[in-house]
Design a protein around this ligand. Structure first.
Ligand SMILES: C[S@@+](CC[C@H](N)C(=O)[O-])C[C@H]1O[C@@H](n2cnc3c(N)ncnc32)[C@H](O)[C@@H]1O
Length: 264
């Protein structure tokens, strides 16, 4: 759906234009199916990769402690033509646990969409905690803002509507290196390595970077798959495997989540 030859701003306009056309033609359901098939048959919205529907229902029914606003946001986002992009609830809850475990106060998120993971983090942060949230979609983040307000955490979230790379570079230029406790990468896959390198500078020693979709519905393990997004994730996975700057774990939760702690 996105062309490699377009710059990030143009990609945004093109995507929004396509969405608008589909909406006008009443083809949102077709778009949703297309997106699902592009993301692979094993990954469906709202559950972890490889779990049967039955086991996923069991996992969620016996472990989710979802805040009312998160549950409502998830329900609304399920109707969105690209709702499959939303972070599954067990992953949101896991990230919230990490936030509390490491006592994070200053965090960063690349890829907000309708705001589920941002809200999960904001609810887990202490009252003086902050999130810099990066996205390029005014329309999708308008939904996010509504739920952040509703949950009473909007004051913790500073939304930057611009290509995330520019925001990260500006933060570095302003002297914010080594100041973030936690960062979550969940946006355009072809920039994953760029985000990783910037965030390695921005998080403090001992700080944590979480990278989503690293199993990419299994396609990273299929050598025949040479799509640009797959090869970008595959090469970052290989790089991180041997990166002595971080301590790592790749978890098979959601669509695969790598945790990389910057060494002290
Ligand atoms: C998978 S979704 C994020 C899901 C979100 N974490 C959640 O919990 O629902 C990816 C998001 O990345 C955004 N995005 C794509 N390219 C971007 C870029 N260059 N800079 C910032 N955000 C971008 C998209 O607009 C989209 O909202």
């Amino acid at each position: 759906m996105e062309s490699k030859s377009l710059n990030q701003g143009q990609q945004f306009s093109f995507r929004e234009l396509v969405k608008q056309i589909l909406r006008n033609l009443g083809l949102e359901q077709v778009a949703r199916k297309l997106r699902e098939s592009l993301l692979g048959g094993t990954q469906s919205s709202g559950k972890s990769l490889g779990l049967s529907d039955h086991l996923s229902v069991y996992l969620q029914s016996t472990s989710l402690r979802e805040h009312e606003s998160l549950a409502q946001l998830r329900q609304e986002t399920e109707q969105h033509p690209f709702g499959i992009m939303q972070t599954p609830p067990e992953e949101g809850q896991f990230i919230a646990l990490l936030i509390q475990l490491i006592g994070a106060k200053k965090t960063l998120e690349v890829g907000v969409f309708t705001g589920y993971s941002t809200l999960a983090v904001a609810l887990a942060l202490p009252p003086d905690g902050k999130i810099i949230a990066c996205d390029i979609s005014e329309e999708d983040t308008a939904i996010a803002r509504r739920y952040w307000q509703k949950a009473g955490v909007a004051h913790k979230i500073d939304l930057h509507l611009a290509p995330a790379l520019s925001t990260l570079d500006r933060l570095l230029a302003e002297g914010s290196a080594n100041t973030f406790d936690f960062a979550f990468i969940d946006a355009d896959k072809q920039n994953y390595d760029n985000y990783y390198e910037r965030l390695l500078q921005l998080v403090r020693p001992g700080g944590l970077i979480a990278i989503d979709n690293v199993l990419w519905a299994g396609r990273v393990a299929d050598p025949a798959n040479q799509e640009a997004e797959t090869t970008a994730i595959r090469s970052l996975n290989q790089k991180i495997h041997h990166d002595s700057r971080v301590v790592i774990s790749l978890l098979p939760i959601a669509d695969g989540l790598t945790l990389a702690m910057k060494k002290t």
